[in-house]
Design a protein around this ligand. Structure first.
Ligand SMILES: Nc1ncnc2c1ncn2[C@@H]1O[C@H](COP(=O)(O)OP(=O)(O)OP(=O)(O)O)[C@@H](O)[C@H]1O
Ligand SMILES: [Mg+2]
Length: 422
């Protein structure tokens, strides 16, 4: 599987697996699998066994569709469960002719990883922002340049060990190896945002089932990420509670008749739904449903705006707001209602590939693109894992490597992998 990659999105409502390939620079989806998952609450795995079941089901669907065997996968960690810290690495260029080689880049990235974290948290990724050679910055790839002093500015992604361990356990218990853990907004942004938007300043808002992840990109980099615990699932629960119908009927009702403002419905419009307890049918007022939906949608949009304003990020969004995720997907009138809540342009984004052209596939597809764009495929990664383990570079400083070494084998392999994941 040299040009293929598998990605896994463990979401609050469903687990999704995507098997993709790059063929002659063309990104193709070979297989997709989706399975309802009850083991995740607000983006966090709370029941490993049911998550494992959902992963296995989704994997087998993707295998059948692609007629390939899936042995390993990239997996997401939601943006809200990781924190970003700015850090810097500095080294003296080693070669006699002062030409920067890949070993120098590896060393400066190792130096940038020297950072104190509490024992319950772990550095899971390093996002490089810029290299600086002898004081000249904004360099994306310094290899081949000449200089004496090499610096790198990075953002360290730090997550709770428990969250990461539960992800690793669930994936491994499903019978898969982990190729890497990708911070979800980094993946999602690959299929929903343009480079220009990331450069100008844009908020990527992933409204899922139980969570809304707000991530801000500026000057090409992820600068902020926060989760608020609301999503499309709350709209369904509201309908179910107010109209006294089952959860699955409310979900169908929302998908079929969902509107974002009650002005789109006539007060006399009703629909017949089976009453709770199997006692025949009852008339449900679509006007009442629309009022419930309008109230919850307004709340979600208000919370997004409030978060951006509290963080003083409103002014930096020259390219506006891009909404993705299934939470507000396909709800009639949502574009106008969302636009009315913000002073910047709002659009909806989703992966533009055959087989996954829906905002519910933004995270899974995005992680696959992220991995492939970074020239990581299952085969090359497996090799790199082995090589990295063989020539690990020692790091001095605050970061307690001894303590990290005590952690499980896969945990260390994943940690090592991230050091070089560019
Ligand atoms: N056609 C539709 N109309 C309205 N809502 C929809 C539609 N299709 C899906 N949804 C809603 O999208 C939500 C699921 O979205 P998504 O798959 O992005 O969430 P998730 O990734 O599982 O959850 P999270 O990101 O919160 O962990 C559900 O609440 C579902 O009801
Ligand atoms: Mg999601």
């Amino acid at each position: 599987m040299s040009n293929t990659v598998v990605s896994l999105d463990i979401g609050s409502s469903k687990v999704c697996v995507v098997l993709a390939e790059i063929n002659k620079k063309q990104f193709n989806i070979l297989g997709v699998g989706t399975s309802e998952c009850k083991g995740v609450k607000k983006g966090i795995i709370v029941d490993i066994d049911s998550t494992v079941e959902a992963i296995q089901d989704a994997v087998s669907q993707a295998e059948q569709m692609s007629n390939r065997e899936i042995k390993s996968t990239f997996v997401n960690i939601p943006g809200g469960y990781a924190s970003l810290y700015k850090n810097k690495g500095v080294i003296a260029v080693s070669g006699d002719n002062k030409e920067i080689i890949s070993e120098d880049v590896k060393r400066v990235l190792q130096a940038a990883r020297v950072f104190s974290v509490t024992s319950d948290r772990e550095i899971i990724d390093i996002i490089k922002e810029q290299f600086v050679v002898d004081g000249y910055g904004d360099i994306k790839d310094p290899i081949g340049m000449r200089g004496v002093r090499l610096e790198v500015d990075v953002s360290l992604v730090v997550a709770s060990c428990t969250t990461v361990q539960n992800i690793i356990r669930s994936v491994e218990k499903s019978g898969l190896k982990i190729d890497g853990i990708v911070l979800e907004p980094l993946g999602t942004s690959m299929v929903t945002l343009s480079d220009d938007e990331k450069e100008l300043g844009v908020a990527l808002v992933d409204i899922g089932s139980e969570t809304t992840d707000i991530s801000v990109f500026n000057k090409g980099s992820l600068v902020f990420t926060k989760m608020i615990p609301v999503g499309g699932g709350h709209i369904t629960s509201d309908i179910s509670m107010v109209c006294k119908i089952s959860h699955s009927d409310s979900e169908n009702l929302k998908k079929q008749y969902g509107v974002s403002t009650s002005t789109l419905v006539k007060p006399e419009d009703t629909v017949k739904i089976s009453a709770l307890g199997g006692k025949g049918e009852k008339n449900v007022s679509l006007y009442e449903v629309s009022q419930v939906m309008e109230a919850r949608i307004s709340e979600i949009l208000y919370l997004i705006r409030d978060t951006l304003e509290k963080e003083d990020l409103g002014e930096s969004l020259s390219a506006g707001i891009v909404i993705t995720g299934g939470g507000l997907f396909n709800i009639k009138g949502i574009q106008e209602v969302a636009q009315a809540h913000f002073n910047v342009p709002v659009r909806f984004g989703y992966p533009n590939f055959i087989g996954v052209a829906s905002p519910m596939y933004s995270a899974s597809t995005g992680i696959a693109v992220y991995a492939l764009k970074n020239k990581k495929t299952s085969e090359t990664l497996a090799n790199e894992f082995r090589n990295d383990a063989a020539d690990e570079v020692a790091v001095d400083g605050d970061y307690d490597l001894d303590e990290q070494e005590e952690k499980s084998g896969i945990f260390n392999r994943v940690k090592e992998f991230f050091t070089d994941f560019f």
